[in-house]
Design a protein around this ligand. Structure first.
Ligand code: FAD
Ligand code: SF4
Length: 507
């Protein structure tokens, strides 16, 4: 009897476990563009276009390989949901069983589990650690620290290992990777691809159906096939990797890419595998073309962080994305959706997000994330925003980064202390402050940088939770040493700023 093989928009890998378990002579691949997936949060139009264009090309590729593919385009007749489409195809092909690679988010796992069909789940083996590997490692540990998991993964994969020892004698070269922004960037950014006719069709469709979503659809230049993604990887490895480490945390006005990879969208939809990306970087170091600090820093992001956050997402369970350990409740300010702001750092990062569906890690963590946390925004709203606006945002990776690392809403599972800073950090790591209407060195009064006010407001209102944290004691001692009048002024000015924010006034 025919079985259906479900392939989701982030499962575009030839070696997918559901495909390996299926038989092209008997089974039918089901792929579907459905409204529910495009709208459960208002995804950035570039992200929707990337996924749909890559799905169509992957379906064509599977047909060339001999698979029968039942593909539903959004503008064709069909259901609004994945399960609805499966039921429709089950009737069409007289099938009652579905082979599925376990989806990367609880929402879809739940939907498939309760579908009136027999769904056989196959583990998603496109990662370097299985869910069981991670759960075994985590079992019984009081604190889960990425660094130790990463070392285990280095040993397991042999990446950057010299026998039993880490290459170069150290596991981590981060101390060399925090340089302030350079004077200029000699790299033009990621490889861009001119849309072909198929991609243009998708762009027209996305414009018609999702044109009201936040974000600019054109120009669209993402890779939409594996071959193109491999070209994008080679481009990064050759032209940006050698400088990746040095300026990994830097931010610059009107410089969107610096030496970042811009490979996460391709990794996350399955066009590239994490191992091949890490091996390509390692080979560059072995050939003497990229320094160890850059290559180790890059591999740690993928072999360490990417695998670690996925492990956390799955061991923590379905409620993880809705946690709110700090009880923060403010609505997400309209500046996140493009309302004007005098804060140059925020306007730069939001503008770039709107145009590119991309911001690099420190922009996400220390500008938009830091501000939301300091301002007391409800982490569920922050989570929905990050899930919507980035081309690489899929819940298994986005939620731990947002809810955990950036908003501390998991109570400290991912981060041992909240990632909060005053304006000084942003000033050190960027050239944003030089072009800002606010003054980063000013602590209070007209023109004082809002991060300076909100930083103390945050620490003060969460004192009970954080003053005993050994990594935060210094901050509280500095606050306590401040003149009482000064502390009052800071808190009053922070309150006034938050009231303006709440009222939707331009800040
Ligand atoms: P590079 O800086 O060049 O890093 C190389 C690769 O390492 C990335 O392609 C990515 O696959 C991986 N990587 C780096 N950091 C992380 C991390 N913390 N977690 C997982 N993988 C990582 N990443 C996503 O892929 N999807 C998300 O939805 C996402 N949401 C985030 C939300 C917040 C609040 C924060 C702070 C970070 C988030 N990240 C997310 C992690 C990181 O910001 C992006 O992976 C990175 O910016 C992607 O750009 P890049 O390819 O240029 O990365
Ligand atoms: Fe951002 Fe403050 Fe610097 Fe302005 S002065 S760019 S608000 S950190």
């Amino acid at each position: 009897m025919t079985r259906l093989v479900l392939i989701l928009g982030d499962q575009l890998s030839e070696g997918l476990s559901a495909l390996k378990a299926a038989d092209p002579a008997r089974d039918v691949v089901v792929m579907a563009e459905v409204m529910d997936e495009g709208t459960y949060v208002p995804h950035h139009p570039k992200k929707i276009a990337l996924v749909l264009a890559a799905m169509r090309k992957f379906a064509a590729h599977l047909r060339q390989l001999g698979w029968q593919v039942a593909y539903r385009r959004l503008d064709e007749e069909g259901a609004d949901s994945i399960v609805g489409e499966l039921l429709r195809r089950a009737e069409e092909f007289d099938a009652s069983e579905v082979l599925a690679t376990t989806p990367g988010e609880w929402r879809l796992i739940r939907a498939l589990k309760y579908a009136p069909l027999k769904v056989h789940f196959h583990a998603d083996d496109r990662f370097l650690a299985t869910r069981a590997d991670f759960a075994d490692w985590a079992a019984g540990k009081k604190q889960l620290r990425m660094e130790y998991f990463y070392r285990l993964m280095r040993k397991k994969t042999g990446l950057l290992m010299e026998g039993y020892d880490p290459a170069g004698g150290k596991w981590n070269y981060d101390a060399e990777n925090r340089k302030a922004p350079p004077k200029e960037i000699d790299h033009a950014g990621p490889l861009r691809f001119e849309p072909d006719d198929g991609v243009k069709d998708v762009l027209d469709l996305v414009e018609a159906r999702f044109g009201t979503h936040f974000g600019e659809l054109r120009p669209f230049w993402f890779a939409t096939t594996r071959d193109q993604a491999l070209e994008a990887l080679a481009h990064f490895i050759t032209y940006a990797l050698p400088q990746f480490g040095d300026f990994q945390d830097a931010m610059m006005t009107d410089e969107r890419w610096l030496y970042h990879a811009i490979l996460s969208p391709y990794l996350n939809i399955g066009l590239l595998s994490p191992l091949e990306v890490c091996e390509a970087a390692e080979a560059e170091w072995q050939a003497g073309r990229a320094p160890l600090n850059a290559v180790e820093g890059f591999i740690r992001q993928i072999l360490g962080w990417r695998e670690f956050v996925r492990g956390i997402y799955f061991i923590e369970g379905e409620d993880y994305p809705s946690r709110n350990a700090l009880g923060q409740t403010r609505a997400l300010p309209s500046l996140y959706w493009g309302a004007e702001t005098e804060m140059h750092c925020l306007s730069q990062v939001v503008r770039q997000t709107q145009e590119e569906a991309y911001a690099h890690h420190i922009q996400r963590l220390m500008v938009t994330g830091n501000f939301a946390l300091l301002a007391g925004v409800d982490p569920a709203e922050v989570h929905d925003w990050y899930l919507a606006v980035y081309a690489d945002a899929f819940e298994w990776v986005e939620a731990p980064n947002t809810v955990g690392m950036s908003q501390f809403a998991d109570g400290g599972i991912i981060a041992s202390k909240p990632y909060v800073s005053s304006g000084a950090y942003i000033d050190r790591m960027s050239n944003y402050c030089a072009s800002c209407a606010y003054k980063v060195k000013q602590k209070t009064g007209e023109g004082a940088c809002p991060f300076n006010l909100l930083y103390w407001h945050f620490l003060n209102r969460h004192r009970d939770r954080f003053e005993g944290n050994p990594r935060m004691g210094n901050m509280y001692r500095t606050w306590d040493r401040m003149d009482a009048d000064k502390r009052d002024v800071i808190l009053q000015e922070a309150d006034a700023f938050l009231a303006k924010l709440e009222a939707g006034e331009k800040v």
